[in-house]
Ligand binder design. Structure first.
Ligand code: HEC
Ligand code: HEC
Length: 294
């Protein structure tokens, strides 16, 4: 064999290896979706805590039948939020536990495809399996709605497989948020704010590739300059913040509008304990003594 052929061979193997590394499916157990009434009730709570309706359910719609448009911040065009009711033709009928774990925690389709991060799976990736499966159980319990959503309208140079590399780079470049104290209440608040409530999707700055900079968590972004990091929020009491989650009224007596008003529509549905946990984390949790890292 000529040297040239050997070199070509080595390059081909390296490329295949890289492709395998980039495209291989995360190993996710083939778990069944729970079906009992308790799982469905827990799932409805996760649905509210996750603010899923803000994107998936249009005003006046009977369920999460999709259709909401999200501007593509990089490159122009629009994402069209899908119908996630269990409709056979236009929704997600037949989804299994594995499908939900792959989508919510890995941004992956069972077919091997990749979701765009307009679906905030970079926040949901730390969701517990139980929460992901319960919210799936809730969705599958809803009446199907036949509503066809148009495909995303994105520039031609943006095929969805680009997300394979993007996710790998984001894993490295996202950085780590400040560790929080061991207090279970603060830990629960951190889970609610960072994961389910995906507060960082709007309040954390992003780099040029649109990746959240978690080492600057909640320091304000181009979407919303309002900072909600520990330093800024330390002037709020637990009660101030619980009241905010219920009513959208800030400490300076303004009522938030726009996108944030939609967020309050779901935070107000949380139970008192979770609102207090949120408050414990947002107002004083970060950097508290006894920090362990997450
Ligand atoms: C900020 C908007 C937004 C929020 C909040 C959101 N989603 Fe989505 N979701 C999307 C978009 C956009 C897609 C499509 C992504 C793509 O096609 O690449 C999507 C896709 C999905 C899919 C895959 C549907 C399919 O047909 O393949 C499921 C399931 C889903 N979301 C469930 C949820 C659940 C459950 C929550 C709450 C925990 C949630 N989403 C919150 C925007 C959102
Ligand atoms: C979809 C984007 C989006 C998400 C997600 C989001 N916010 Fe906001 N937030 C905003 C916008 C926009 C404003 C400014 C609203 C206004 O001034 O009317 C805001 C304002 C705020 C304020 C008021 C700050 C001040 O001093 O006026 C607080 C507190 C806040 N958000 C907390 C949160 C928390 C906690 C979460 C997670 C549950 C969250 N936000 C999720 C967009 C978002």
């Amino acid at each position: 064999m000529s040297t040239k052929k050997i070199v070509l061979g080595v390059v081909a193997v390296a490329a295949l290896g890289a492709a395998y590394f980039v495209f291989h499916m995360p190993s996710v157990a083939d778990v069944p979706l729970p079906t009992g009434p308790e799982a469905i009730a827990r799932g409805q709570y996760v649905w509210n805590a996750g603010g899923c309706a803000a994107c998936h359910q249009e005003e006046g719609a009977e369920g999460p039948s999709g259709g909401h448009e999200i501007e593509n911040p990089i490159g122009g065009g629009k994402f069209h939020v899908p119908n996630i009711t269990p409709d056979k033709e236009t929704g997600i009928a037949g989804w299994t536990g594995k499908d939900f774990l792959l989508a919510l925690k890995h941004g992956r389709k069972s077919s091997g495809g990749f979701y765009w991060a307009a679906f905030p799976y970079r926040s949901y990736k730390d969701m517990t399996d139980q929460d992901a499966l319960d919210v799936g159980a809730y969705l599958m319990s809803l009446p199907p709605i036949n509503h066809k959503v148009t495909p995303h309208d994105l520039p031609i140079w943006m095929p969805s497989w680009l997300n394979s590399g993007w996710n790998i780079v984001a894993d490295v470049m996202e950085g780590k948020p400040e560790p929080v104290s061991n207090d279970p209440k603060v830990q629960r608040g951190a889970y609610l704010a960072r994961v389910l409530g995906h507060c960082g999707e709007c309040h954390t700055p992003r780099n040029a590739l649109g990746m959240m900079q978690r080492n600057h968590e909640f320091e304000g972004s181009t979407i919303v300059s309002k900072q909600i990091d520990a330093g800024t929020m330390s002037g709020w009491t637990i009660d101030d913040f619980v009241y905010f989650l219920e009513t959208g009224t800030t400490k300076s007596d303004d009522v938030v509008g726009g996108e944030m008003a939609k967020v309050i529509e779901h935070t107000k549905l949380l139970n008192q304990e979770d609102k207090e946990a949120y408050a414990a984390f947002i107002t004083r949790g970060v950097g508290a003594t006894g920090a362990t890292g997450k």
